[in-house]
Design a protein around this ligand. Structure first.
Ligand code: HEM
Ligand SMILES: *[C@@H]1O[C@H](CO)[C@@H](O)[C@H](O)[C@H]1NC(C)=O
Ligand SMILES: *[C@@H]1O[C@H](CO)[C@@H](O)[C@H](O)[C@H]1NC(C)=O
Ligand SMILES: *[C@@H]1O[C@H](CO)[C@@H](O)[C@H](O)[C@H]1NC(C)=O
Ligand SMILES: *[C@@H]1O[C@H](CO)[C@@H](O)[C@H](O)[C@H]1NC(C)=O
Ligand SMILES: *[C@@H]1O[C@H](CO)[C@@H](O)[C@H](O)[C@H]1NC(C)=O
Length: 329
């Protein structure tokens, strides 16, 4: 009996190691990475994000998106934060970022506070990861612990930013392929699209749906008609409305909740790339699930965010700890 138990225990332990241990990449990161080198790290980041939200309620959404745009382009390496120089072309002018990505000053402020508390210690990409996590939490969303120890890259790629970041005009197949290329899956597409429960989009990112869907000369037939009328008045059919803003979730645009999914079920998603999640059986069932079970969404969102935060990370001696997030040391 005892021997069987031991044998069983061995198998269980083995099983745990083989199947339950996190992927190799995240095992190089750890939860206590800065415990001794920068004990006030979380406090400083949280304080920075909190005061930024107090000044501008949209900034939580912007920080969350910035983290996504960091991780999807050459991995989470703070490449998105680099300014253009004569020798380095950054990502800030790539189509998905230009006149769109925001939150850089918030990261600068947190970084300079951290350089005072613990110089040359905390990477910009870890700051961005923590800031995105706090942004979700302070918006009423879930909290999840973040493993740390990412290092900053020394390059950036405008082309990779153009190629790898999803566009709101792409079909679901293409968006899914871009996620798969990063080691994520179709469930992550649905769950992480739930980030659109906060923040805003410029009219040009969805205007074809309002006036000339798929070159039909008519609005997107899947769009709820009263929402359509509403959007047409925010974004009239002329070029000067292109940069006007509409909330991605107009019911609770600063609250991180599952209303985004309820809206999709009601044919009231803002972007075409949002609403197509209801046009495919595989994703529609997940959307309906998250629209009904907010706790399931919260749990899955944290899990998918951890996966995203592990994409292509630099650890150990790779990369560097930037002193200024905008420039390579
Ligand atoms: C699935 C493919 C995705 C597409 C096609 C997409 C597209 C977009 C577009 C077009 C905007 C509006 C940008 C503008 O008008 O300036 C936007 C905003 C936003 N996106 Fe996404 N996105 C996707 C996934 C994600 C993911 C994975 C996250 C984060 C986990 C995210 C977070 C956000 C947030 C929070 C905003 C609002 C930003 C703000 O108000 O400053 N998106 N997205
Ligand atoms: C952490 O912050 C507290 C005050 O908030 C300060 O007294 C302490 O010196 C800081 N510790 C370090 C190591 O910077
Ligand atoms: C407050 O938010 C506005 C809009 O984002 C920004 O221009 C300004 O720099 C912010 N001020 C502070 C003190 O953060
Ligand atoms: C979708 O991906 C295919 C294959 O990569 C490409 O040919 C097509 O242009 C893409 N569609 C859009 C709308 O981006
Ligand atoms: C969805 O539509 C139903 C029925 O029209 C309505 O009661 C509900 O409030 C809508 N939900 C959202 C989130 O707009
Ligand atoms: C998707 O659902 C529709 C009905 O909603 C059904 O007709 C179709 O066969 C389903 N497709 C797949 C691939 O399951």
């Amino acid at each position: 009996m005892e021997r069987t138990c031991y044998k069983l225990l061995t198998y269980v332990t083995l099983f745990c190691f083989l199947f339950i241990s996190p992927p190799l990449v995240s095992s190089q990161l750890n939860y206590r990475f800065y415990d001794s080198s920068c004990p006030n790290l979380s406090k400083i980041v949280q304080q920075g994000v909190w005061s930024a939200i107090a000044n501008d309620s949209r900034i939580a959404a912007s920080l969350l998106r910035l983290h996504f745009h960091d991780c999807f382009v050459n991995g989470c390496d703070a490449s998105v934060l680099l300014d253009d120089t004569s020798t380095l072309k950054g990502e800030k002018n790539a189509f998905p970022n230009k006149d769109s990505a925001r939150g850089f000053e918030v990261i600068d402020k947190i970084k300079s506070n951290l350089e005072e508390a613990c110089p040359s210690t905390v990477s910009c990409t870890d700051i961005l990861t923590l800031a995105a996590t706090s942004a979700v939490y302070f918006s009423g969303g879930p909290f999840w612990p973040v493993a740390l120890g990412r290092r900053d890259g020394t390059t950036a790629s405008e082309d990779a930013a153009n190629d790898d970041l999803p566009s709101p005009f792409e079909p679901l197949e293409n968006i899914t392929a871009k996620f798969t290329a990063k080691g994520l899956n179709i469930k992550d597409v649905v769950v992480l699209s739930g980030a659109h429960t906060i923040g805003f989009a410029q009219c040009f990112t969805f205007k074809p749906r309002l006036f000339n869907f798929d070159d039909s000369g008519k609005p997107d037939p899947t769009l709820d008609t009263s929402f359509l009328t509403n959007l047409q008045s925010v974004c009239p059919n002329q070029a000067d409305s292109d940069t006007k803003l509409a909330p991605l979730d107009p019911v609770t645009s600063t609250k991180f909740d599952n209303v985004y999914f309820k809206r999709l079920v009601n044919n009231s998603g803002l972007l075409q790339s949002d609403q197509v999640l209801m046009g495919d059986n595989r994703t529609a069932s997940m959307v309906i699930g998250y629209s009904r079970f907010p706790y399931l969404f919260n749990k899955d969102f944290g899990e998918s965010m951890v996966k995203m935060a592990n994409i292509g990370v630099l650890t150990g001696q790779s990369g560097q700890i930037r002193k200024n997030c905008r420039v390579v040391n």
